[in-house]
Ligand binder design. Structure first.
Ligand code: GLC
Ligand code: CA
Length: 546
């Protein structure tokens, strides 16, 4: 059997800067993270995804890089990085790192040299135009904050292209030298022990926007993904590429590749948006709809499921009316929204801090086809800080304990990289790791049980998924079959109790695995299933042949 570790992993995303500060300067660092691996291990995650930790002027939370081969000195040294990776491996945790290949900071020496000297070898590493481009306002990613995608540079006497902020100049991926350099970057981190990359902004990476027609490679741009895949696989067999690609279902197989030989994993943005629509409506129809539209994917490919991440929830793929429904349920005030399309809140405040709903949301995400990805702090139901700009609202320091600065740092509070959430329902004095540790029924311990259950159900990562009919539209009933084993998972999204009958061929008995109520008794598969408001039940099926 193929050992594809990412098919049955649980990925935990960390921003080093806000996780744990070891030396009291108010900034999280690698030594602090290494010290808190206990928490990640106890949770049951199997892989850590690090947000960018490279040298940066930090105008976009580290996604604006000035050196791809180093560690931001505020966070530690390369030595600290290796010590951390080693400690993670010691606990059986893999590490993947963010790779921002689409652009560099304009402070990067490559861009500095490119703008200064038209004959520099770095000039063609970026995308320039002598004339003012016509499409200067087209395709902006952060409307309202950054409205142009080309900016005039005095030193270069030319316009440079940037899909994101104007301080992030796009690399010219049509240039073979750039491709070679990016491979070197990947080779470097693979050699230091990482198990793969979260690839930033893939749809933009593989477009040749702004590159003159005659300089564009003539073949299908998706073939660049084959190139990246084959490079990493030859360097390290287990290397995995996880793509940030907010694409539509008809593009999916171009990204996974016809035989699964491009990206290993893709974040399921479509599912994410419909999941929030389902939660808002208390109806499973939007999830069933998107699942029906999801194409079959190759064996070696895998979806990454998520609820929240370090960005806003992007609802841009929902029609206006549906986006409006999600806004009014989960982000009605203008300051809760971002870029006209998203919500910049954490999960817990969106769900009004309702523990049953929070547990259900996690259970649902873990039950969907794919590999779950968690955003640090969501496991304890951390809140957000809407006074911070843009997406920084959801990037406040980890709340470890009811101690000064939530146990994140011993620095004076005003020195912290970002303020700790204090006051209100999500105050660090009530929402923290210590308070939930070993406490039966806490969000964190429920999540621990959920993670253990999910890891014991490889059917979800590998198997065939079917959406079963039930009489209740609020209920999502999923059946997974793999290697003669069957798992049944039911969720009731409604705020009232329901009873459903699901028909299960070849199954006579159901054994509870994970439920919102204490239920351990084996039951007859033909009995109706009772679900409390926002209830959930996971079963393993037993039949004559099972
Ligand atoms: C990705 C990141 C986001 C960042 C952007 C530009 O979308 O998730 O945080 O701002 O890329 O690098
Ligand atoms: Ca520090």
């Amino acid at each position: 059997m193929l050992n594809l570790w990412y098919k049955n992993a649980v990925i935990y995303c960390v921003d080093v800067e806000t996780f744990m500060d070891s030396n009291g300067d108010g900034i999280g660092d690698f030594a602090g993270l290494a010290d808190r691996l206990d928490h990640v291990e106890a949770l049951g995650a199997t892989c850590i995804w690090l947000l960018p930790f490279y040298p940066t002027p930090n105008r976009d939370n580290g996604y604006d890089i000035t050196d791809f081969y180093a560690v931001d000195p505020r966070l530690g040294t390369l030595g600290d990085f290796v010590a951390f990776t080693h400690a993670a491996h010691d606990r059986g945790l893999r590490v993947i790192v963010d790779l921002v290949a689409n652009h560099t900071s304009i402070d990067h020496p490559w861009f500095q040299e490119a703008r200064r000297d038209p004959n520099s070898r770095y000039r063609d590493w970026y995308v320039w135009s002598k004339e003012k481009p016509k499409d200067i306002h087209e395709g902006a990613v952060f409307p309202g904050v950054q409205d142009a995608t080309w900016t005039y540079d005095e030193a270069a006497q030319a316009w440079y292209m940037h899909r994101f902020y104007k301080h992030q100049a796009d690399l010219n991926i049509a240039n073979p030298e750039v491709r070679e350099e990016l491979e070197k970057v990947m080779g470097f981190w693979l050699q230091l022990g990482v198990s793969g990359f979260r690839l930033d902004a893939v749809p933009f990476l593989i477009e040749y926007r702004g590159v003159p027609e005659e300089e564009r490679p003539k073949d299908d741009p998706h073939l660049y993904l084959n190139e990246l895949r084959s490079f990493v696989s030859w360097r390290r067999a287990e290397a995995m590429l996880l793509a940030e690609a907010n694409i539509t279902m008809d593009q999916v197989n171009e990204y996974f590749g016809p035989s699964g030989d491009r990206l290993h994993m893709i974040f399921n943005f479509m599912l994410n948006q419909h999941l929030f629509l389902s939660l808002a409506r208390k109806d499973a129809e939007p999830i069933r709809r998107v699942m029906a539209q999801t194409p079959a994917i190759p064996l070696k490919s895998q979806w990454a499921s998520f609820l929240r991440n370090h960005d806003e929830i992007d609802l841009g793929r929902l029609p206006d009316a549906e986006r409006g429904e999600v806004f009014s349920a989960f982000g009605p005030a203008p300051e809760m929204q971002a870029y006209g399309r998203g919500i910049r809140r954490r999960l817990a405040p969106m769900l009004g801090g309702d523990e049953q709903r929070l547990k259900q949301a996690f259970s649902l995400m873990f039950a969907l086809p794919g590999t779950p990805v968690l955003w640090y702090g969501d496991e304890i139901g951390m809140g957000d800080d809407l006074s911070l700009a843009e997406r920084n609202s959801v990037r406040t320091p980890m709340q470890w304990a009811d101690e000064r600065n939530a146990g994140f740092s011993t620095a004076p509070s005003e020195q912290l990289v970002r303020p700790v959430v204090s006051g209100g329902a999500f105050d660090y004095r009530s929402v923290n790791v210590v308070a939930q540790h070993d406490l039966d029924g806490s969000l964190m311990s429920t999540l621990q049980r959920l993670i253990r259950t999910r890891r014991a159900c490889p059917e979800i990562g590998w198997g065939r998924c079917r959406v079963l009919e039930t009489s209740e539209t609020s209920v999502l009933a999923l059946r997974y079959d793999w290697h003669g084993e069957t798992v049944l998972i039911v969720h009731n999204l409604a705020d009232h109790a329901v009873e459903v009958q699901v028909s299960l061929d070849e199954v006579s008995r159901l054994r509870p695995l994970f439920c919102d109520e204490d239920d351990r008794t084996m039951r007859d598969a033909s009995e109706p299933i009772h679900l409390s408001p926002y209830g959930y039940r996971w079963f393993r099926a037993h039949g004559e042949r099972r």
